[in-house]
Structure formats: C-alpha cells, structure tokens
Design a protein around this ligand. Sequence first.
Ligand code: SF4
Length: 354
Amino acid sequence: MQRVGIPQGLFYHYYYPLWKTFFEDLGAEVVCSGPTNRATVEQGIAAAVDESCFPVKVYFGHVQKLCALGLDYIFLPRLVSVEPRSYICPKFMGVPDMIKAAIPNLPTVIDMIVDMSKNNKIFDQEVVRVGNYFTRDRLAIKRAYQHGIDEQKKCEQICLSGYSTTEAIALWEGEQMDLPPRYDLQIGVLGHGYSLYDQTISMNLVQRLRNMGCRVFFTEGCDHIKIEHAAATMPKRVFWTLGRKNVGAALYFSQQEQIDGIIYLACFGCGPDSMIGDLIERKIKDKPFMMVTVDEHTGEAGMVTRLEAFCDMLRRRRYAGSDSNLAPHGEYVYRPAGVNERSATGICNSSADQ
Ligand code: SF4
C-alpha cells in the first residue's frame, strides 16, 4: 500500500478530514506527522528562512518529521483561494516551493493548486490529477472527493458544539473528549486555526483558559452566516478568507451579551495579523480585548501571567458592575460564597446553558 504523508500544520487544521478520506478511498495509507512538539519547532526553525512566520517554520518541522518515515508521497497543496473573491495568505502559495528548495530527500511531492477564486473547473482537474497518482478511474476519484467533502462537513458540525477544529478532528477520528462542565467566564478567542489550535504554537492557550474557568468560543463554532454579515459591515471587504472570518467573529462576539472578553492570538512575523489584529482592536469598543503575540521565543510564564491577569480583570469587572473596559480597583476578584446566579457568581453549567 502506498503511503501519503500529511504535515500536521497550516491547512491540516481546516481540511484534514477531506484529504485523509480522499487518499484512503483511493487505496493509500495516510500518515500524519502528529502534534507539534519542541523538536518539531527546532527542526523547522533550522530549515526555514528567517523571514517566515512561526506557523510556516513549524510546518517545515512537520515535513522533516515525515521525511524520516520513508513515505511514498507527501501532500503539500498550494492554497491560493478557497472561495470566490477571497484569498489565503500568500505564504501558503509559496510554502511548497520553499520546502522543495530547503529540504533535500523529500518523498514525491503531491503539489496541487487550490484556487477557487475563478472557477471550479480548474480545481476539478487538479483533483483528478492528484487522484491519478493512485488510480486512472475518474469516477472513483470523484466519488472519493465527494466522500471527503461529506466527512469534512461532519467535522465542521462537531465544531458547532464548541470544539476547536483540531479537537473536532480528534473526535472525528474516534477519540473521546468532553468540554469542562463548569465555567464562570465566557471568552471569544480568535486567530488562525493553525496557530490558535496548535498546543505548542499557542502555548496551550485554549486549555489554559478552560483550566482557569472559562468557556471558550471559536470562530468555527459560530453561525457562518452571522459572521459573514458582521464582516460585511466593514467599509471595505477583507479579502483574506481567514482574516475576514476573524474580523466577523470579533464583531459578532462584541455584540453577544454573554461574552465577557475577546482574545486574539497573533503570530510574530505575520503580515495579515499585523493589520487584522489592529483593525479588530480599534473596532471592539464594548468588550475587554487582549492581543497576544507569539513566536518561537515566547515563554510559557509570560503567557500564563497575561491570561490570568485578563481573567482576573474580567471577574473584577463583572463583580464591580462596571461597564467600562478598565479593571476597577479595590473590588472583589471573587464573589463571596453563597450567591448562586451566574450574573453574580458567574458559575453555570455548560450542558444547561447550551
Ligand atoms: S496568515 Fe500570517 S501566520 Fe498565516 S501563513 Fe500567513 S503570515 Fe503566516
């Protein structure tokens, strides 16, 4: 059986179920590089050009991990656009070329162009071209792709229950996982999925917030149409797909009464983040907002301190009854025991609240 490697970085966090199903239906075995760890980061930094953003460097590390496994193929799609009139960050376009130039001894690269900005016909031809690595049966290739789309939709449904895309992929693959039942804060978190949902890149931001008593809301867990409507209120259309979703989600979260605060995870060296993060910061007027920037040098202690300070500020703000974005001084961080309503104690049960 031929083996195809898929790096667990960048597009993985959005489209893994689709491509895993596609290749498996065509008779291949899919090998994923697994979660990012410190060794992946170090390998990626050593191989990537300095100007790359952190997630791209990490992607290099995943590719190297796969190279050591003696695979037949490695899947490195060139994402240009995944919807009409919108684009993915240009670094996605260059990644396959950067990797071919920097990493020797790659398995055969399946380099496919995903560009839905013009018409789907060229994309359909690309799907058939990729399928031809495994079979000449066009019908089987089309069926495999359609099956992949169906599985992708199942995974997106799981996200609507409050899981990140990466958690949804794990659930889709059969893992068991439960969301924490109790929380006293509700926080909208934003960022690119491949950095926000990667535990090493984000310094485990999502789980840390949950451990601090927060229920976390993601862009993918919100109604897609509401997010697009919110994003459409911008004077100019944001033409980066992920950037527009982040702007839309930020505006949507800011209108939700139950959301206590919003956190944006940005990556150092990211062009779109430098603009989108700033744009969101200016637009969010009614909710506490924090932007956290990470890179390969970010320390865990700094991240923990910022998250704890943000949560403490939100609790002070709620219990002091302040409408301002400033943390009031001299008020309770925690409400005295014995008061049960969420508006006072903030404690509620997620299953009852959903
Ligand atoms: S959007 Fe930013 S983080 Fe993502 S690939 Fe582009 S530069 Fe890197």
